[in-house]
Design a protein around this ligand. Sequence first.
Ligand code: PEP
Ligand code: MG
Length: 751
Amino acid sequence: MPERMETESRKLLGRLRDAMASDVAGQARLDRITQIIADSMRAEVCSIYLFRDEDTLELCASEGLKKEAVHQTRMRLGEGLVGRVARRGDVINTPDAPSMKGFRYMPETGEEIYSSFLGIPIQRLGEKLGVLVVQSKDKRDYSADEVYALEVVAMVLAEMTELGAFVGEGAALKARHQQSVLIRGLSAQEGSAEGHVWLHDPRVVVTNPIADDPNKELERLNAAVEDLRVGVEKLLEMSASGDKEQQQVLETYRMFANSKGWMRRMEADIASGLSAEAAVEKEQSLARTRMEQAQDAYLRDRLSDLDDLSNRLLRILTGQGRDTGAVMPDNPILIARNIGPGELLDYGRKLRGIVLEDGSVGSHAAIVARALAIPLVVQATRITTEALNGDHIMVDGDQGVVHLRAEDTVAGAFREKIAMQAKALERYAELRDKPAETPCGKVIALHMNAGLMADLPSLASSGAEGVGLFRTELQFLVRNQMPRRTELASIYSRVLDAAQGRRVVFRTLDIGSDKVLPYMKAVNEPNPALGWRAIRVGLDKPGVLRMQVQALIRAAAGRPLTIMFPFVAQADEYHAARVEVEKAIQGEQKLGHPLPETLEIGAMLETPSLAFAPQTFFREVDFLSIGGNDLKQFFFAADRENELVRRRYDVLNVSFLTFLETIIQRCADAGTPLSFCGEDAGRPVEALCLAAIGFRALSMRPASIGPVKSLLRRSNLDEVRAVIEAARDRGDQSVRDAVMEWLRGQAQPQG
Ligand code: PEP
Ligand code: MG
C-alpha cells in the first residue's frame, strides 16, 4: 500500500478508536462509525449489517440510507449482495450493483440511486458477524488499496462486536455471546449434563485492535515471531528421534514461522494502523475462511497448521491462553475443537460433559469419554466460537444437542429430563445386588466392558458380575510410547485386585482400523477396517503379543487368567495365537514365575467367516464372545464409522438375529460358553431380544447394566421369543416394532 494510503488508513482507524472510546450507547457508536467511514471513503453511503441470528442479517446502522430502514431491513444469508458477501466470506466490489447477478433492492432503504457497491465481510476467526458496505451514486471501482483499508476497518469492527461494544440502548441486537444458541452435533456418549463452559483452549481476546505507533507494534510482532521460531526449533529438536508425523507438522510450523509472505502481510496490516495481535488475527481469519472453503484435504491440513501457529503467536503477544490461572467453574463442561485421549484423562471425572467441534464417534477421546461415562457430543459446529468460559451450557448426549445460554423454558424442560434420569438411576442402584433374573426364571449374567483404570470403580458400583471385555489397547492408545512389560503387568494386576476374584476377560491388543497407535509406523491401507488389524498384527509382529501375554501371566501371579483374541477370522489364527500363550507359559515357568491357577483362552467372533468354522473349532476354543460392533458391520457391509450408513441396518433385523441363532446353536452343540459384548448388549430392547434368542451372558458399558437389568427382571423371555417368532413368520424385516409394541403392553417399571 502506498505510504499516503497507509497514513489515511491510520487516520481513519484513529477516528474510529475515538468514536469507540466515547461514552455513548452502542447504537450511537455504530451511527458515528458509519459517518466516519463514509466520510473517509468519500462514499455517500456506509452501512453496517450484523447477524440477528444465525441466518438473518439486519441493517444496524447507516449513513446515507433512509434512517427508518435501520433495524427494519433484514435479509437471509445468501440473499442479495449483502447476503452473498456474508455467505461467501468474500468481498464484492462492483461499479454497477443493480446489474449484478443476485442483486436485490430493498425499497425501504432508498438505495436504488446508488450504483457502486463494496461489501466486506465482518468476521472474526471464521465466525461470521456481519457485513460492512459502502455505496456511491457514481459508477466507481474501489481500488485494491481502498478494499484493503476497509478490510482493516471490518477487522476492527469484528473485534468491537466481539467485545460487545455495540450493545446498549437502541441497539436491537444482543451481544453475540449473550444470545442463546442451540447446536446440533452427534451423540458419542449418552447422558445429560448441565454446567458451565470450560474452554480447553480459551479464546484470546484482543482488546486493543488499533495502535498508534506502527514501529512499536512491528517490534512487538518481530519479538513474538522470534519467540515462536525458537519454540518451534526446540520442539523439533525434542522430537528428532520420534514420530514422523509430528515432525512433519513441526516442519510445516517452521515453514510458516519463516514465511516471508505471512510476515509481509502482517507488517502491512500494522502499517495501516492495526496492533500486532489484530494483524495476526486478521491473517488468521483469512486462513480460516479459506480453510472452510478448501476442498483439498492437504491444503486444509496446512491451513489448520497455520491456524495453530497463529494461536501460539497470539498467546505469546497477549499472554493469554492456557494456564492463565483461570479457575475451573463448578460443573465444568469441556469445549474443544478436538482433544487427545491423554489430555482428556488428565481432566478425569471432574468434567460433567464434553462438546467437541470436530471429533468423531469412534475417536480415542470418545472411547475415553465413554469409559468415564461423561456425556459427549461431537461435530458440534461453531461451538468453540460461540462459547465463552463460564457460559451456562446444557448437553444432551442422547440426542447430540447442546443448549448454550439456554432460555428459561428450554432450561426447565432440560432439568426435568435430568431429574427423571436421576430417579431412574436411583431405581437401578436398588437393583445393584439383585440378579438379572426374568419372571420366567432365566438368569442372564451381566458383565461390564472396561479398558482404563478409571473404569474400575464401576465394577463395584454397577453390580457387574465381572469384566466381560477388557480392551487392553486403551492403555496403549493413551500413551505416547509403547508401554513396558512391567508397567502393563502392574496395571493388569491392579485390575485383577479390583475385580476381587470376579472374572476379567483380557482381550489382547486390538489395534488397526480406527485404533492407530501414535508411536507405531502407520500403514497406508485402502480399507483399514478390512485391513491389518487386531490378531493379524499380533501374529505378524508377535513381539508385542508375547510381551503382553507375559505381562498378563505375571499380573495373574497364581490367580485365574482369561485371555481373548480379537478379530479371529479362521481357526488357524486362534491356534497360532494360542501357541504364543503356551510358549509364554513355558517361558514363565522356566523363570520360576507362578503360573495362573486356571487359564481360559477364548476368541472374539467378529467376522461372519468364524461362525461357519469347523465344529472342531467350537469344541477346542474355551469360550467365544460376539463382537457385535464389528460383526454387524461385516454382516451388513456397513462401516461402523461412517455416519451415512452406520445406523442404516437394525441389529434386530431378522437376518442378523437368525445368524446369531446359528452361532448360539453351534456353541450349545459344542458346549462352548458364549457371550455378546458389542454396544448393542447395553441397549435394553436389544439386550432383551438377545436374551430371548438364547444369550445368557452379555457384556456392556457399566452405565447400561442398571437399565438392562431392570428390563430383564420384568420381561418374560418366552413371550418375547414368541413375539420375535411371530414377526419372523409374518416376514417383518426387523422385530423391533413388534417387540416395542409388546413392551408398551407391559406394566410400568416397578423398580
Ligand atoms: C466389537 O467389535 O463389538 C467389540 C466389542 O470390539 P471393539 O468395539 O473394540 O471393536
Ligand atoms: Mg471389535
